[in-house]
Write a protein of this length. Structure first.
Length: 347
């Protein structure tokens, strides 16, 4: 049994860093292990323009812990008012690496999102022309569609028609949660990829609902049935380059998670790499962890993989992770996988 593994330093291709006190509190949890992250733009107000992204990037850099080597990769929040020329200029200057599509009402801070895709076609056409990826929160929000079916319906009624209309558009299906999502990504050719979170490899919907409601396991897209979790594990550990890590680590203070209308999001920045080592070892695929966490993402985004390395060691004793991160905004509960984890990032 392999007890140690060295990887190129991983990147997180889907991360929520927030702003202000929360940003300051959670940023070290990511920079400890990750070299870069695609930073989600769903702030209040959202990061819509190149100017917004530049200012947010400056705030992230100013909040970096001393000595941290970390590059935030910025994204824009697509609205029906987004200017194609502003997007193109932000991409040409290297500031912005992708644009995020939130269907209006789909998730945290998505009310400024897109209601009608026709309204954003000029932006999407520009992006297709310059090769700038569209990152999709792949859920429909129509009230008739059951929340557990939102992803599959999005693929059939929104994503597939869009990709037929604009085949050159590069798309990342963010945080896929279903067998249908994994299968669609696999068949999409070089312009399509999918991120997979750590927590969707570990929990299914029973973890949220059986034996009392567990607000810290509630995220969007919501975890599905066990067979979907199994399909995601198979996809992530397959070695296929269309799948890569996007933790979707999404901090909310405990007071808002443990609430009558609890916020969606699992906070996994702290322990993602040990948890992934555990999962990949269970699947007999430790040798594929580097592809998933450190190689496939840069390849899709046209960036070089990181030169630095991290070393993960499996210890006899279960490793202890903090149960909470204490930020100046309030405590944030770290994702609890519900089983002992023996892996630890040593350096
Ligand atoms: C995210 C957040 O809190 O910003 N929440 C989540 O459950 N994943 C938004 C998102 O990515 O859907
Ligand atoms: Zn997210």
């Amino acid at each position: 049994m392999m007890q140690e593994i060295t990887l190129r330093r991983p990147d997180d291709w889907h991360l929520h860093l927030r702003d202000g006190a929360m940003l300051k509190g959670v940023l070290p949890e990511t920079t400890r292990h990750f070299a870069r992250a695609i930073v989600m733009p769903n702030l209040v107000p959202p990061v819509v323009t190149a100017k917004d992204a530049s200012a947010y990037r400056d705030r992230i850099l100013a909040a970096l812990p001393a000595g941290a080597v970390f590059e935030p990769l910025m994204t824009l929040y697509l609205t029906e008012g987004t200017d194609p020329a502003d997007v193109a200029a932000a991409a040409a200057g290297g500031l912005v690496k992708a644009v995020k599509l939130y269907p209006a009402g789909a998730t945290t801070n998505s009310h400024s999102g897109v209601r009608n895709l026709d309204a954003v076609m000029p932006v999407l056409e520009k992006m297709a022309g310059i090769g700038l990826p569209l990152l999709t929160h792949g859920e429909v929000t129509t009230p008739e569609v059951d929340i557990f079916d939102r992803e599959a319906v999005f693929i059939d009624t929104v994503l597939d028609p869009l990709r037929r209309r604009l085949p050159e558009l590069r798309v990342v299906m963010e945080h896929i949660t279903t067998a249908e999502g994994a299968a669609y990504a696999a068949e999409g050719g070089p312009n399509l990829a999918a991120t997979i979170t750590t927590h969707h490899l570990i929990i299914n919907r029973n973890h949220i609902l059986v034996g009392g409601i567990k607000p810290h396991y509630y995220c969007l897209p919501v975890a599905k049935r066990e067979h979907h979790r199994q399909a995601l594990r198979k996809a992530a550990t397959s070695g296929a380059p269309c799948y890569f890590l996007g933790t979707d680590s999404a901090p909310h203070v405990d007071a808002l998670k443990e609430h009558a209308c609890g916020c969606a999001g699992c906070f996994t920045a702290t322990n993602t790499m040990p948890l992934l080592a555990h999962v990949f070892e269970e699947e007999g695929a430790l040798d594929r962890l580097e592809g998933f966490a450190s190689l496939h993402g840069p390849a899709f985004y046209g960036l070089p993989p990181n030169e630095a390395r991290i070393r993960l060691v499996k210890h006899e004793a279960p490793q202890v992770f903090p149960a909470k991160i204490l930020t100046e905004a309030g405590p944030v509960t770290v994702f609890d996988p519900g089983f002992p984890v023996h892996w630890h990032v040593e350096s």
